[in-house]
Ligand binder design. Structure first.
Ligand code: GDG
Length: 742
């Protein structure tokens, strides 16, 4: 049975040395809270035989060893510390992680410090993590890497452990492509490549996942289907897993003696006053200054509430070695004292401000005592405090929550606000204070049910289940490279057969792609090969292409071939005339052509190819990045335009093609071969449009895909160059076989 290797920047506790006395302190924070409760609750859980937690330690190796020797470390998991060199770590942590990724991913691009040494050391520390994981790794282990500090570890590991099961979870938002693309080219490419080393990539919300997929498509130029990205020879899944809390722990705290005791004291202290509460790490993303503005505005608008409310604002020290965080702390403190100075009376002060870490019991007591939780970050991946508050409410409590948190998408019954809108925040405080108890309870019960249902156990189990499923799906999608023994079998079957049918796509299969479609005329060698194949009357060779009739006639018309043009719209049997296979309606072209023309104008080098039944926009010959970007835009526009019509948008190899539904290579191939009754079928193709043919032919014969990509074909040939030698294996003297002429 496998072990679970959890990897996070920090281990879930700190080792401190005070005058030679070593102590171990639990750390707080969303990630740590979640995984610690999972481990506590799953002591006997049988899915994994063991748990290893790898993370960095901010202490000397000697102090660590002392803590180990004194038995101060948790027994329920193996911990493997990493001791990074301090200057490198500072560039990695304060630098790249917290002065580049953190501000950018939280939509504060102006705070980003683009310094090369930060990126260099980010990579270095990520490599140190990858090396440590590799050392700890045993075959079969499941590796789960967490958060923005370790975005390059998955790929570094994948290079040395190609078959490992790796999951990655991002705890902060993934920003929209327009924000992410601000990173220098090399950084953004390597970060995305880094994350794509994982098998399953998890985000808190659907939006973050979509943003990530969009960036991967634009920057790494790969394609996706729903939540699946095909990257190199691997299938990577992207999904949403909104992190939950340990609901039971917070419910149990509601009846815990110590907690109830503290709660009672708070309530007595603020007798006759409503309590508004907030707790946040010190961070600009938490929007504390806007929150204070909103509160001040509320006090201005509602003098009747003076002396009747108190706002307990608890800020937890964080990243205080970063200069800007210290400046922010000073500015918050100034704002608090300005508001207090302005509204306090001899017996009342509106804001109780604290800058400290709370014990768990005190935190729970404050959640319970609060009438209103005011949680208004400018951005937050999820925000666990909101969920913890809801879980702690017994018979009262209103949550005012920023709509810019991940939690807002689950907690619809909260009073949702835009944190920068001072009026809205002030009004929300007023309506929360005035909300009838019955409404409070009704809203709470909806939210509590949801949080209880998808708690931290569910979150982790869900992620693990999806990771295992992804791994299995990858296995079933692995391409099956056509090897010599397969070729021998295929050739043997060919030789045994009385009637053989070989269906061949043209571009990318028989001929390599060229800058312009008109440049892909067949070489003399190819003509000779086709001639030889067609010499044997037992062979029916079918060229099945998206090309128009004229081009196929011009290039191949003199050979005794069967041909299918325009993906099946027209067909011609050997020696006969071309026939339209479906009634072709072309009125739709008038709607589509102007849109495609717009993209021709906007993307130099792209052009429209008009065939009888289809319109295609080619972008092979454009600037790679621009062409890809425009192709995504055009694809979206075409999909919108053709929604609920009989038209289909085919996303081919550097081409977007619009055609009528029902015209595809699958149907065309079936129709064509039905007349031949072959006892041997081989079809070869490279493009998305050939997939229809592969699906239709899979149970009729051999199917071969050119190029490494996800396919329904049975076999894969990696390079177009290898098609020619493969086809030569089917050339044989006519009299060698027991030929039956048709
Ligand atoms: C990141 C993302 C995402 C806080 N102060 C004290 C204390 N805490 C505990 C809370 C809560 C956790 O720390 C904070 O979680 P958040 O979710 O609010 O924020 P981050 O730490 O920034 O977490 C965030 C999270 O990862 C999980 O994916 O939600 O968006 O930024 O559990 O209770 N606990 C104690 N004393 C404190 O003073 N005991």
């Amino acid at each position: 049975m496998p072990r679970l290797i959890i990897v996070s920047n920090r281990l879930p506790f700190a080792v401190e040395n005070q005058d030679g006395e070593i102590t171990v302190r639990q750390s707080s924070g969303g990630l740590v809270s979640a995984i610690k409760s999972y481990i506590e609750r799953n002591k006997d859980y049988q899915q994994f035989t063991g748990r290893v937690w790898i993370g960095s330690m901010d202490c000397t190796e000697e102090d660590w060893q002392t803590a180990v020797n004194q038995g101060l470390l948790p027994e329920d998991l193996m911990v493997q510390p990493i001791f990074p060199e301090s200057a490198t770590y500072a560039n990695f942590y304060n630098g790249f992680s917290n002065s580049v990724l953190w501000p950018l991913f939280h939509y504060f691009p102006s705070l980003v410090e683009y310094r090369k040494e930060y990126f260099k050391d980010y990579k270095r520390i990520n490599q140190q993590f990858a090396d440590a994981i590799r050392q700890a790794y045993e075959p079969g282990d499941v590796i789960w890497i967490h958060d923005y500090q370790l975005m390059m570890v998955s790929d570094m590991l994948r290079r040395v452990l190609p078959d490992a099961t790796i999951g990655f979870f991002l705890h902060i938002p993934f920003p929209s492509y327009e924000i992410f693309r601000l990173l220098p080219r090399e950084w953004k490419q390597q970060i995305l490549q880094g994350v794509m080393g994982a098998d399953l990539i998890g985000f808190h919300t659907h939006d973050y996942g979509q943003h990530f997929i969009q960036s991967v498509k634009m920057i790494l130029q790969v394609d996706s289907q729903f939540n699946t990205v095909y990257y190199g020879n691997r299938m990577v899944r992207i999904d949403q897993f909104p992190i939950g809390i340990d609901y039971k722990k917070f419910r149990d705290a509601c009846i815990d003696e110590t907690v109830v005791g503290i709660c009672t004291r708070i309530e007595e202290n603020f007798y006759n006053q409503k309590i508004i509460f907030s707790v946040d790490r010190l961070d600009y993303t938490k929007g504390i200054s806007y929150r204070l503005n909103g509160f001040e505005h509320f006090l201005e608008n509602h003098p009747e509430f003076r002396e009747k409310i108190v706002f307990i604002l608890n800020i937890v020290p964080s990243r205080d070695t970063i200069y800007s965080y210290n400046e922010m702390k000073k500015s918050i403190e100034l704002q608090v004292s300005t508001i207090n100075g302005r509204f306090s009376t001899l017996q009342w002060q509106p804001i109780i401000y604290r800058y400290n870490h709370l014990e768990f019991e005190e935190l729970c007591a404050l959640y319970q005592a609060a009438d209103v939780a005011l949680i208004t970050p400018l951005r937050d991946g999820m925000n666990l405090v909101a969920k913890e508050f809801i879980a702690s409410c017994i018979d009262k409590g209103v949550l005012i929550l920023s709509e810019l948190t991940g939690a807002a998408s689950e907690l619809n019954e909260a009073v949702l606000v835009n944190p920068t809108d001072t009026d809205e925040v002030a009004n929300a405080i007023y309506s929360a204070l005035m909300m009838p108890l019955i409404e409070q309870r009704s809203r709470l019960s909806y939210m509590q049910r949801r949080i209880a249902e998808y708690d931290v156990q569910k979150w982790i189990n869900d992620f693990m289940d999806q990771l295992i499923i992804t791994k299995k799906d990858q296995e079933s999608l692995k391409v099956n490279i056509l090897k010599e023994n397969h070729i021998e079998q295929i050739v043997a079957d060919f030789n045994k057969a009385n009637k053989r049918c070989i269906l061949l796509d043209y571009d990318g299969t028989l001929a390599p792609y060229q800058k312009l479609p008109s440049m892909a005329a067949p070489s003399e060698d190819l003509i000779q090969l086709l001639k030889q194949l067609t010499q044997n009357p037992s062979n029916e060779i079918v060229i099945i292409s998206g090309r128009d009739i004229n081009t196929l006639e011009k290039w191949l018309g003199k050979l005794p071939l069967n041909m299918i043009a325009e993906h099946g719209a027209c067909a011609k049997y050997r020696g006969e005339d071309w026939k339209e296979q479906v009634a072709i309606n072309t009125e739709w072209k008038e709607q589509i052509r102007p849109l495609m023309q717009l993209f021709v104008d906007r993307c130099a080098g792209s052009f429209i190819e008009e065939k009888k039944s289809t319109l295609a926009w080619h972008y092979r010959n454009t600037n790679q990045e621009l062409g890809f970007m425009r192709s995504r835009e055009l694809r979206n526009a075409l999909l919108q335009l053709t929604a609920n019509t009989a038209l289909q948008v085919v996303d081919g190899n550097k081409v977007l093609e619009v055609r009528m539904v029902g015209v595809d290579k699958g149907m065309a191939a079936v129709n064509m071969i039905s007349g031949f009754e072959p006892d041997f079928v081989l079809c070869i193709g490279d493009d998305v449009t050939d997939e229809d043919m592969f699906r239709a032919m899979r149970d009729k014969g051999y199917t071969v895909k050119i190029g490494r990509a996800n396919t329904s074909a049975q076999y894969t040939i990696l390079s177009q160059k290898d098609v020619f030698p493969f086809l030569q294996r089917f050339v044989q003297p006519v009299e060698q076989k027991n030929v039956r002429y048709s």
